[in-house]
Design a protein around this ligand. Structure first.
Ligand code: SF4
Length: 323
């Protein structure tokens, strides 16, 4: 079976129960985004292509760890799927992807972070963590909730960027930007940025992310493409917030025509949306085709992105990397 179909089915399930050997070093715990908290997740990969699955003892899929990272996913009515578990750097494989503030003053309806009241890491702690995994990562990626104010978060992330830049790895940043953030990060030598539109339409965004500004995100994206170059700017858009395929196709095309690589993130139902369905595999595959075509038309290549979600691919179907 083709990888993209297998991955679409796994993403539509989203979760695995673990059996067999302990998964200790293969487990990753998320402190940002909708999957923050919980029992952690594993990165299962087949032939160098990966999927991230949340660990949940009630899941229908069972991942049997045979030891040494060798694993089999058993799916009802399907052939068992053999692969390997990858050891994360920080958060995901091959990256030191670190969350500065594990809390947020905003309350996007799909996101667990505001309810977790997590920690705020100081720049020196971040640098120590990054140094601790430096020999097994290719890049450094930084993200954050908004602990206090957007301006203060910007100051903190700039501080951290100054401290990790001398470590000699490409740096990517995804925070809620101010008008100045793209310029300031560019001046510090950051390689790539990701500002998340989150919803396919302004109306859905207003409903899902009260207090945040869709037009502002667009301005940050456009300014960033001018500064960083086409294809060095990405934006997560969640699939499954109530948008139609046509609305998602429009959003994808608007982004790619602006030089931005969309990251189509299947909804992980959490927080206020915890009773919502995950998008089915058929829809993910339909949108993958639209996504792939739009990237091709705009001359954008996900394989050139080195940091954050487009490089990781764990949570999403990524044209060029999964196809
Ligand atoms: S795709 Fe992004 S959010 Fe998902 S595991 Fe990878 S880096 Fe984390």
């Amino acid at each position: 079976m083709e990888w993209k179909r297998v991955k679409a089915e796994l993403l539509a399930e989203g979760r695995v129960a673990l059996s067999g050997e302990e998964c200790g070093p293969y487990l990753s715990r998320s402190t940002a985004g909708p999957t923050a908290g919980g029992e952690g997740s594993v990165f299962f990969s087949v032939g160098g292509r990966r999927v991230r699955l949340s660990v949940d003892p009630r899941a229908t899929l069972v991942l049997d760890h045979e030891g040494g990272g060798k694993a089999v996913i058993r799916r009802p009515g399907r052939e068992p799927l053999r692969g390997v578990l990858e050891i994360p750097g920080l958060h995901c494989p091959r990256q030191a992807y670190i969350t500065l503030s594990e809390r947020c003053i905003f309350s996007c309806r799909y996101c667990s972070v505001p309810r977790l009241h997590g920690r705020v890491k100081c720049p020196d702690e971040v640098v120590e963590k990054v140094k601790g995994v430096l020999d097994r990562v290719d890049v450094i990626s930084l993200t954050s909730g908004v602990a206090d104010s957007v301006e203060r978060e910007e100051k903190e992330v700039l501080n951290v960027v100054r401290k990790v830049a001398p470590l000699g790895k490409p740096v990517g940043v995804s925070v809620y930007p101010t008008e100045r953030t793209p310029d300031l990060l560019h001046d510090l030598g950051v390689e790539e940025v990701k500002w998340n539109l989150e919803a396919a339409t302004p109306a859905l965004f207003a409903r899902m992310c009260p207090g945040l500004d869709y037009d502002h995100m667009w301005r940050a994206l456009r300014r960033s493409v001018d500064l960083f170059r086409e294809g060095a700017v990405c934006s997560n858009v969640i699939v499954g917030l109530g948008e139609t395929d046509e609305e998602m196709a429009r959003c994808i095309t608007d982004l790619t025509e602006a030089g931005v690589i969309p990251v189509l993130r299947p909804l992980s139902p959490a927080a206020e949306l915890s009773g919502w369905p995950r998008p089915p595999s058929g829809r993910l595959l339909r949108l993958l085709e639209i996504h792939e075509q739009a990237l091709r038309d705009a001359g954008l290549d996900t394989r050139k992105v080195r940091t954050m979600c487009t490089a990781c691919t764990g949570c999403d179907l990524t044209p060029g990397r999964d196809t």
